[in-house]
Design a protein around this ligand. Structure first.
Ligand SMILES: Nc1ncnc2c1ncn2[C@@H]1O[C@H](COP(=O)(O)OP(=O)(O)OP(=O)(O)O)[C@@H](O)[C@H]1O
Length: 279
C-alpha cells in the first residue's frame, strides 16, 4: 500500500434517537491508500455510517468523535461545510447502491454527464459532448453515441451504475466510497462494474473503500478487509488471508457461506458471543 489518503483513528459515531443513544460506530481505526479496502459486516454493523461520516453526510443527531479523521492534508473533524463542499463529489466521491435514484429520470444520460463536465470546467458545447462520450467509453459502454441520447429508464442497472461512475470520475477524485455498489445488479453485469472500479484503482491510483455484506465478493475483489461487528472492527486482514482469519465472528461468517460443492441439509446458524465485542 502506498500514499495514505485516509487516516481514521478511534472513530465513534453515536446517534441520539427517541429510544436513547445508539452507538453505531465504536473506536474504528484504519488507513486507506492506493488500494481496494472492504468493510464487511451484517446489516446494522455500522459500515455505511463509517462511509457517510467520512463525507460528513451524517444527520444532525449524530455525534462524531475521533482521535484522527484525516483526508490528505485536511482534518475532517475541523472541516466546516464550505471545506466539505469543496471535497464532496470532487476529491472524495460516493457511489450508492441503486443508480435509479441518482440519475435524473427526465434528462438524457449524456446530457447529465455533460452537465457534470460543465460544473467543473467551461468548455464549448461540442467539446463537452465529446468528453461525455469519452467518459462513457472509459466505463466500457458500447455504442456510447447511442447511449448518450437514452433516458435512465431505457438503460440497464449495470449501465446506469457505470454512468454514475463516469460522472463521478470527471473531477478526478482521490478516494471513492462505494456503498454496496453492485447489490442491486444481477451477477452477469456485476463483474462489468467491478472491473471498471478495478481499472480506476490501477490506472488512476485512487483509494476505494468498498462497503459490502458479501464476504465472497470482497474476498476475490478487494486487497484488504475490515470486518465490522456491532460498530467495531473485529478483524483487519488481507483478503488473500481470509481463510486464515482469527476472529470467531469472521470465521463464522466464512463458515456460513454457501458452498456449491458441498451441499448441506441444514444451513449453519451464526451463534453470537458477547465476548466478540471485547476481542
Ligand atoms: N440516522 C440514524 N439515526 C439513528 N440511528 C441510525 C442512523 N443511521 C444509522 N443508525 C443506526 O446505526 C447502526 C449502524 O447502521 P449502518 O446503516 O451504518 O449499518 P450498516 O452496516 O451499513 O447496515 P446495512 O448493511 O443495513 O446498510 C444501526 O443500528 C442503525 O440503526
Amino acid at each position: 500500500m502506498t500514499d495514505t489518503k485516509l487516516e481514521v483513528e478511534d472513530l465513534s459515531v453515536r446517534f441520539a434517537t427517541r429510544d436513547g443513544l445508539v452507538d453505531a460506530v465504536r473506536g474504528v481505526s484504519f488507513t486507506l491508500g492506493r488500494e481496494k479496502l472492504a468493510i464487511v459486516g451484517e446489516s446494522g454493523s455500522g459500515k455505511s455510517t463509517v462511509g457517510r461520516t467520512l463525507l460528513k453526510l451524517h444527520p444532525a443527531s449524530a455525534r462524531i468523535d475521533a482521535r484522527v479523521l484525516r483526508f490528505g492534508d485536511t482534518d475532517l473533524l475541523r472541516a466546516g461545510e464550505k471545506a466539505m463542499h469543496a471535497i464532496r463529489g470532487r476529491r472524495m466521491s460516493m457511489i450508492m447502491q441503486d443508480p435509479k435514484y441518482s440519475l435524473n429520470p427526465v434528462m438524457r444520460v449524456g446530457d447529465q454527464i455533460a452537465e457534470a463536465v460543465l460544473a467543473h470546467q467551461r468548455l464549448p458545447r461540442a467539446q463537452v459532448r465529446e468528453m461525455a462520450i469519452a467518459m462513457l467509453e472509459k466505463v466500457r459502454i458500447r455504442e456510447p453515441q447511442r447511449v448518450y441520447d437514452r433516458y435512465p429508464h431505457e438503460i440497464s442497472g449495470g449501465m446506469g451504475q457505470r454512468i454514475m461512475i463516469a460522472m463521478m470520475l470527471i473531477p478526478n477524485p482521490q478516494v471513492v466510497i462505494a456503498d454496496e455498489p453492485t447489490s442491486a445488479l444481477d451477477v452477469s453485469v456485476r463483474s462489468q462494474v467491478l472491473s471498471v472500479l478495478d481499472d480506476l484503482v490501477d490506472e488512476r491510483g485512487l483509494g476505494l473503500l468498498f462497503i459490502s455484506h458479501d464476504l465472497n465478493l470482497v474476498r476475490s475483489f478487494c486487497d484488504r478487509v475490515l470486518v465490522m461487528y456491532a460498530g467495531r472492527v473485529v478483524e483487519s486482514i488481507a483478503a488473500a488471508d481470509l481463510d486464515r482469519a482469527q476472529h470467531p465472528y469472521t470465521r463464522s461468517l466464512l463458515a456460513a457461506l454457501p458452498d456449491i460443492d458441498h451441499r448441506r441439509a441444514v444451513l449453519p446458524v451464526l451463534q453470537r458471543d458477547p465476548g466478540w465485542l471485547t476481542h
